[in-house]
Design a protein around this ligand. Structure first.
Ligand code: SAH
Length: 375
C-alpha cells in the first residue's frame, strides 16, 4: 500500500472501516494496491471478534497494520450508559461524534436474543403514538453508526456469555424510519447477513417500515431480509391520523407493494404486520374486520403490540380483554396472530419509548421534503 505523507494524514480524517461492506472494502484495498483477501480478514477481525485495534490482527502483515494505523480506524459509537432491566432486557445509550445519542435495545428470550437497532437520530415521520416522533429529526446514521450498535452490543454481551453467540436476531425497529436512510441501512444489513461478519440468516434480520412505498419496491432487489410493516389501521382515514405518511402512500398502494415484495423471493414466507393497540382508537370489532379485509391476499402474520405509554401522550393501552377479543376475531378469519409481550418496562426500552437525545428538532420538515423527492 503506498505510504501517505504525514501532512496529508493530519489534514484528513481517518477512514472508519466500520463504514465498509466486504465488497466495498475489497474495492478500497484494490484501489490502494493491496490484495482483496485482506478485506475479508479485516472484516472478520472487526465484526466476528469485535477488534478495534489493528495490532491484534495477527494474521495481517505488520507492514499493512502499520499502514492502516496511519489512515484508518475502527470507531463505533461510544457506550455512555448500559442499563439492564429486571427481565434481562438491556438498553445502551450510545453517543455519536456530533454529541447526539441513540438507543439500542437487547431482548433475550428462551430461544433467541433480539437486538433492536436505530437507523436515524430521531425520526422525520410524525406517528402520533410514538415517542421518537416527539424528539424530531436530526440526521441519518452512517453505516458505521448502524452496524456499530450491533458491534457494541456484541462486544458488551458476548464475553459475559462465555463467547457464545447471544444476538441471534436483529430488528430495525429502533429510532428512525430505515427506508428513509436507504443506502446505509442496506449496507449495514449486508454486514449482518455476511458470513465473514455477523452471519445472521435472512429470516433473522427484519426491517420495519411505516410504508415508504418507492423505497420498499427497491428493497427487494437490494438485500434479502424479512419485512415488518407498521400498519396500525385498516382504513385510510384512521391511518392518516396515526401514521401520517399514509396520506402520501395510502393502504391500497402499500398492500400492492407488499404483495410485490413477497413475490420477489421464494424464501420469504410472511410479512409481520405490526398493529399497536390503542384504547378506543383502533381496537374495535369493526377495526378488526377492516384489518382482515386489508390483509386479504397478503401472506402475513399479525403482531399486536400493547401501546407503551410515554409522558403527555393522548393515548392509552387497550385493556387485555379487548386485545384478546380483537385477536380472536383475526384468528377466526384464518390470520396468524401473536400479541407482543412488553419487555424492559422498567428501563423505558419498549417499542416507541426510544428517545435518545436529539439535537435540533427544526430540521424535520426540510428533511422530509428532501426525502420525498429522492424516493
Ligand atoms: N419507523 C419504523 C421503525 C421504528 S418503530 C416503523 O415505523 O416501523 C418500531 C415499531 O414500534 C413500529 O411498529 C411502531 O409503530 C411501534 N411503536 C412505536 N411507538 C410505539 C408505542 N408507543 N407503543 C407500542 N409500539 C410502538
Amino acid at each position: 500500500m503506498p505510504a501517505m505523507s504525514n501532512t496529508n494524514i493530519k489534514q484528513q480524517q481517518k477512514v472508519n472501516l466500520l463504514d465498509f461492506t466486504t465488497e466495498k472494502l475489497k474495492d478500497f484495498f484494490i484501489e490502494k494496491g493491496e490484495k482483496p483477501f485482506r478485506a475479508t480478514q479485516i472484516i472478520k477481525w472487526m465484526h466476528q471478534y469485535c477488534v478495534d485495534d489493528f495490532d491484534q490482527m495477527t494474521n495481517v502483515s505488520k507492514a499493512l497494520r502499520h499502514e492502516l494505523q496511519k489512515f484508518a480506524e475502527i470507531r463505533a459509537p461510544e457506550v455512555v450508559l448500559d442499563k439492564a432491566s429486571s427481565d434481562g432486557t438491556h438498553k445502551w445509550l450510545l453517543r455519536l461524534e456530533d454529541g447526539n445519542c441513540i438507543e439500542t435495545v437487547f431482548i433475550p428470550e428462551k430461544d433467541r436474543g433480539t437486538l433492536c437497532v436505530s437507523s436515524q437520530v430521531g425520526c422525520a415521520l410524525d406517528c402520533t403514538f410514538c415517542s421518537t416522533a416527539r424528539q424530531g429529526f436530526n440526521r441519518n446514521l452512517t453505516v458505521a453508526e448502524i452496524i456499530g450498535q450491533l458491534w457494541a452490543a456484541k462486544r458488551s454481551l458476548q464475553p459475559k456469555a462465555g463467547g457464545e453467540r447471544v444476538i441471534s436476531n436483529v430488528v430495525m425497529m429502533g429510532m428512525g424510519e430505515p427506508l428513509l436512510n436507504f443506502k446505509p441501512v442496506i449496507d449495514a444489513m449486508k454486514l449482518m447477513l455476511d458470513d465473514n461478519a455477523y452471519g445472521l440468516s435472512k429470516r433473522r434480520v427484519t426491517l420495519s417500515t411505516s410504508g415508504v412505498v418507492p423505497a420498499l419496491d427497491r428493497l427487494r432487489d437490494e438485500v434479502d431480509v424479512s419485512l415488518a410493516l407498521s400498519l396500525h389501521a385498516g382504513n385510510d382515514q384512521l391511518r392518516d391520523k396515526l401514521v401520517p405518511i399514509n396520506k402520501k402512500y395510502p393502504i391500497k398502494m402499500l398492500m400492492d407493494s407488499c404483495k410485490r415484495f413477497m413475490k420477489g423471493k421464494a424464501a420469504r414466507e410472511r410479512i409481520t404486520i405490526e398493529y399497536v393497540m390503542l384504547d378506543g382508537v383502533n381496537d374495535s370489532d369493526q377495526n378488526a374486520r377492516e384489518l382482515i379485509y386489508t390483509l386479504k391476499g397478503v401472506p402475513c402474520k399479525v403482531n399486536l403490540i400493547p401501546f407503551n405509554p410515554f409522558p403527555d401522550t393522548r393515548y392509552k393501552r387497550s385493556p387485555t380483554k379487548r386485545i384478546n377479543q380483537f385477536r380472536d376475531i383475526l384468528i377466526a378469519s384464518g390470520l396468524i396472530v401473536v400479541t407482543r409481550r412488553t419487555r424492559g418496562d422498567d428501563i423505558d426500552a419498549a417499542c416507541g419509548q426510544l428517545a435518545g437525545e436529539v439535537n435540533d428538532r427544526s430540521r424535520r420538515e426540510i428533511h422530509f421534503l428532501r426525502i420525498e423527492k429522492e424516493t
